[in-house]
Design a protein around this ligand. Structure first.
Ligand SMILES: *Cc1c(COP(=O)(O)O)cnc(C)c1O
Length: 429
């Protein structure tokens, strides 16, 4: 292995043996990486084609102020998203503050008192517990008379079709499916698997609205949940589709009726999509979407390197070293709070921003245990940038994701490993 950067790793206090260990693993991954490059190429062409079809022009990159009436750049960006996701419509706004907000918007605007929400992928992402009212919360769907049911995944991580069939009743209105594992160690779903369960659900009742939480999944495959029947596909712009450039925002792509409901809830009855000034964010939304396929590619390569490296060292990793990828998250079960902290501090120390900061576990709004977060990011909290987080609880798994470039992802992984070695948690290589 001829790594011309080898010596520079010393500046980061990463030992020669650590670098050599990673480079040997990388040599074995070239076929996987070539496959990922094919997916990237496909998605890059898809995005450029959408921008051309929507006749994106220079004037669209500048935003509006005030009410934002006739914001052609905003309207065209939403048309681009609808084109990329192959949906009737899309809502893509800086006024959607984060992924949780986008999901709440999709749910709250399409569920009315007396309706029931059914999650078929088990316990939803932590922050949705308060949105739904699983955990008592001000303004939850429960407080507005929307009931909730959940069908857990089967032991092997697959959908429980019998359970789903039994849970659907005359009140059921929206079905929620979470593509990515979130803070769990179950596998993430492929779009094809999501398509199968949607077909099953629509076979029971065609009018059920299926919403897919697509956070972290965008551009990891050539198709999206909207290509296999999802009525709403929802995500955050400081994750995959923002390409690392979007400074804020969320999206919902889907059926016209659902998007109109969401827009009305976001702004106001009578106003809907017509208002919402885009201020100065449109250039970053367009350019970020343009870069997203290659940023996701870099992040996936980092995740695959981490899986192979930590699996070889004897840690449990989800997905494992050989599995196909359906999101950018890599879970590594490190087994102790000390190991989780050492890992996260390594990611932090490899960052371009705030590299000198030392992350500590602390309580986080929306989460029910202490969480440690490592992120020296250009966009605060952007987890498409190299970042790691872990709730301080059994089984002490760290969730590692992102990397705007592969070289940076690799540096972070090596520094995390070096920290574990230096702390005596991993034996010297
Ligand atoms: C990140 C994430 C969310 C919530 O997004 P925020 O932007 O952190 O509010 C919801 N679901 C999944 C699966 C996620 O990964």
């Amino acid at each position: 292995m001829n790594n011309i950067a080898k010596e520079l790793y010393e500046q980061f206090k990463i030992g020669k043996a650590t670098v050599a260990f990673a480079d040997e693993i990388l040599d074995s991954l070239s076929d996987r990486f070539r496959e990922l490059d094919g997916i990237m190429e496909y998605n890059q062409l898809k995005v450029i084609h959408a921008m051309q079809v929507c006749r994106v022009q220079e004037g669209y990159l500048n935003g509006t102020t005030g009410y934002g009436y006739n914001d052609l750049g905003r309207d065209s960006l939403e048309a681009v998203y609808a084109n990329v996701f192959h949906t009737e419509d899309a809502l893509v706004r800086p006024q959607i503050t984060c992924g949780t907000h986008a999901l709440h918007l999709a749910l709250a605007s399409n569920l009315f008192p007396g309706d029931e929400l059914l999650s078929v992928s088990g316990k939803p992402y932590d922050t949705l517990e308060e949105v739904i009212g699983i955990r008592e919360s001000r303004g939850s769907l429960k407080k507005y008379g929307v009931t909730y049911r959940q069908v857990d995944l089967k032991e092997d991580g697959s959908f429980d079709l019998t359970g789903i069939q039994n849970a659907i009743n005359e009140k059921t209105k929206v079905i929620a499916i979470q593509r990515s594992k979130g803070y769990q160690t179950r596998p993430s779903f492929s779009v094809a698997q999501i398509g199968e369960v949607i077909a099953f659900i629509k076979g029971i009742r065609k009018d059920l609205i299926v919403m897919v939480d697509n956070c972290y999944g965008e551009f990891t495959e050539t198709i999206e949940p909207s290509d296999v029947g999802a009525d709403m596909t929802v995500g955050s712009l400081i994750k995959n589709p923002g390409g690392g450039l979007a400074p804020i925002g969320g999206y919902i792509a889907g059926k016209k009726e659902c998007i109109e409901n969401a827009a009305t809830y976001l702004t106001s009855p009578g106003l809907g999509k017509e208002v919402g000034a885009s201020l100065d964010v449109l250039r970053s939304f367009y350019q970020g979407l343009f870069l997203a396929p290659s940023v996701v590619n870099a992040a996936l390569k980092g995740a695959i390197l981490a899986a192979n490296l930590f699996e070889k060292l004897g840690f449990a990793v989800v997905p494992n070293s050989a599995e196909d990828r359906h999101d950018i998250i890599q879970a590594v079960t490190l087994g102790s709070a000390d190991a989780v902290i050492a890992f996260c501090r390594g990611i932090q120390a490899a960052s371009p921003v705030d590299s000198f900061a030392t992350p500590d576990p602390s309580p986080m709004p929306g989460y029910d245990s202490d969480v440690i977060m490592a992120a020296g990011t250009f966009i605060s909290g952007a987890s498409i940038e190299l970042s790691a987080d872990a709730p301080i609880r059994e089984p002490y798994a760290v969730y590692f994701q992102g990397g705007l470039t592969f070289a940076h992802a690799k540096l972070g992984i090596l520094k995390a490993l070096q920290n574990l070695i230096d702390a005596g948690i991993v034996p010297a290589l």
